[in-house]
Design a binder for this molecule. Structure first.
Ligand SMILES: Cc1ncc(COP(=O)(O)O)c(C=O)c1O
Length: 439
């Protein structure tokens, strides 16, 4: 590397362009960046004072709105009390209290353990390693994981392997391990896909007849596959699928990194099924969207399979910032906010408001497959190319940005997943802008 140039650029975006490599970004296309300087409630403001409605909760993390004083206070108090200590061989009140409260929220007190990490990918990576090693510890190693087609579970190598059928990771094919991608019968408003569900469950049953003995686990994004295109499946399909794996004694992982903390209308998505997963991955909204933190909740049966007299059976996984006390304090304050703001009631209100708009959009000739669950609304742009880098969604997002609405389409899939503090008027504004841009 050479030393720095004496003529450094002065604007924020120019300085960024000279120094930063952004995630999921093709820098060669030279697309403009939004220089964001402030955020309050559901609104982001750029350096020129222009405002944007954050209709995607800043990559699905923000729950209660930006700039919440309750979260700021909790973070500040915790930094001064205990900022950090390594979590191997030490413990602290925020981590223990958060574990207690999450287990209580999940209805798992006394039945499961909380393993901490930093982000959604590591929550998944931990779950995959736990499921894998539990077979090793039992003396009957298994390596093969079943996933749902089109799944996305994060960007570490294990998480990419779980999501390899999404097509996001073709460049890494040589690094990834083998998985089996199961069919997923998609549903949308007015299309229950009963036939598709029956066919998918039959196909999966046939696979289990021959492969059950070699499967180490099943991983699913319950009810909504997020980054793969906000693809919905029914609670009935999910319950039936997971029941088949449970019958075979194969651990089931629910990746609730996106769906957790009320997004689908219940506090956790699995609460809309008949099924209690063996492992649950949580991140994104866990701190209300202000600090990186993740947990993997594991059943006591899995935890017990790691017990022994020497280290060889222990879970060899951990991160420098595991269970960071400040992030845990933010998460505890976020749980308080869920209660004081009645967050699930807010999601129900957002759902009613978005339902009215989607009903109107459903008959629009340029829109198809409208879908809505909890506080997540989505539709496809009819007759346009799909795929992450397809242009139609991006063009719409650019036009909306001009009108102060921030969206980040997935190819030709337009979705809205706003923070729970958003008002009905703000939702109206976003949908009216969408309609005017679509024409
Ligand atoms: C379902 C799901 N799992 C895992 C991840 C990865 O989370 P992170 O980006 O925090 O690593 C994501 C991110 O979008 C996700 O939607």
């Amino acid at each position: 590397m050479k030393g720095s140039s004496p003529d450094l650029p002065s604007s924020l975006t120019a300085r960024d362009t000279a120094t930063i490599w952004h995630p999921f970004t093709q820098h060669g296309l030279g697309r403009p960046l939004l220089p964001i300087t402030e955020a309050k409630g559901s609104t982001l403001r750029d350096e020129t004072g222009r405002e944007y409605l954050d209709m995607i909760s800043s990559w699905w993390v923000n729950l209660h709105g930006h700039g919440r004083p309750e979260l700021a206070q909790a973070v500040s108090d915790q930094v001064l009390r205990l900022d950090h200590v390594q979590f191997a061989g030490a413990t602290h009140e925020p981590a223990v209290m958060l574990a207690e409260r999450l287990l209580e929220k999940a209805g798992l007190t006394g039945a499961a353990r909380v393993f901490y990490s930093d982000n959604g990918s590591t929550a998944v990576e931990s779950a995959v390693k736990i499921a894998h090693q539990h077979w090793v510890n039992r003396g009957t190693p298994r390596h093969l994981f079943a996933t749902l087609r089109g799944a996305y579970h994060g960007d570490t190598v294990g998480a990419m392997s779980m999501g390899r059928s999404s097509g996001f990771f073709d460049a890494f094919g040589g690094l990834l391990f083998e998985t089996v991608a199961l069919p997923v019968p998609l549903v949308w408003n007015g299309f229950a896909n009963v036939e598709g569900e029956r066919a998918a469950l039959d196909e999966i049953a046939r696979l289990l007849e021959t492969e059950a003995h070699s499967l180490a686990g099943l991983i699913v994004e319950p009810l909504v596959q997020g980054a793969g295109g906000m693809r919905f499946h029914s609670a009935h399909f999910l319950s039936a699928l997971c029941g088949m794996f449970r019958e075979q004694g194969i651990p089931v992982i629910f990746d609730e990194v996106m769906t957790g903390f009320g997004r689908t209308g219940s506090f956790f998505a699995y609460q809309q099924t008949e099924f209690l997963p063996d492992l649950i991955c949580l991140s994104k909204g866990i701190t209300g969207g202000i600090m990186p933190l993740a947990v993997t909740i594991a059943s006591n049966d899995l935890f017990d399979s790691f017990l022994g007299n020497d280290f060889s059976r222990a879970l060899a996984h951990g991160h420098s910032y595991t269970a960071n006390p400040v992030a845990c304090a933010a998460s505890l304050a976020s749980l308080d906010l869920h209660e004081s703001t009645a967050s699930l009631d807010q999601v129900a209100r957002i759902n009613r408001c978005m339902a009215r708009h989607l009903d109107l959009l459903a008959s629009h000739p340029k829109i198809e497959k409208t879908r809505l669950l909890g506080g997540i609304a989505a539709f496809d742009l009819a007759g346009t190319d799909s795929g992450y880098s397809a242009g139609a969604g991006r063009e719409l997002a650019s036009a909306l940005q001009e009108q102060g609405i921030l969206l980040r389409p997935l190819g030709n899939v337009i979705y809205l997943i706003p923070p729970y503090c958003i008002t009905d008027e703000e939702i109206d504004r976003a949908f009216n802008a969408i309609l005017s841009c679509i024409g």
